[in-house]
Design a protein around this ligand. Structure first.
Ligand SMILES: [Zn+2]
Length: 85
């Protein structure tokens, strides 16, 4: 069966910035690194391309393809804190 979502990936753009979107993990991700919105897809394979429903991700669209080791940004250290000692 043809994958509808992959068809949609080719034609949809981010409603916010009009960059192409990428289908990863059942979400459409804006490929614009400054926008970084992701749009959910419901159980009927309907993408919700609404700016008001978009999530703003910490990083741009993850690539499902081979990527050179992406340097992690130092922006978000995940150190637990609050415990003294
Ligand atoms: Zn965008």
């Amino acid at each position: 069966m043809a994958n509808n979502l992959q068809e949609l990936e080719r034609i949809l753009v981010c409603p916010k910035c009009h960059a192409p979107v990428r289908l990863v993990a059942r979400k459409f991700w804006c490929t614009n690194e400054e926008c970084r919105r992701s749009y959910s897809i419901d159980e009927h394979d309907i993408p919700h391309m609404l700016i008001s429903e978009a999530l703003i991700e910490d990083s741009a669209a993850p690539s499902g393809e081979t990527v050179p080791a992406a340097p992690l940004s130092t922006a978000a250290p995940l150190e637990p804190r609050g415990e003294s000692q």
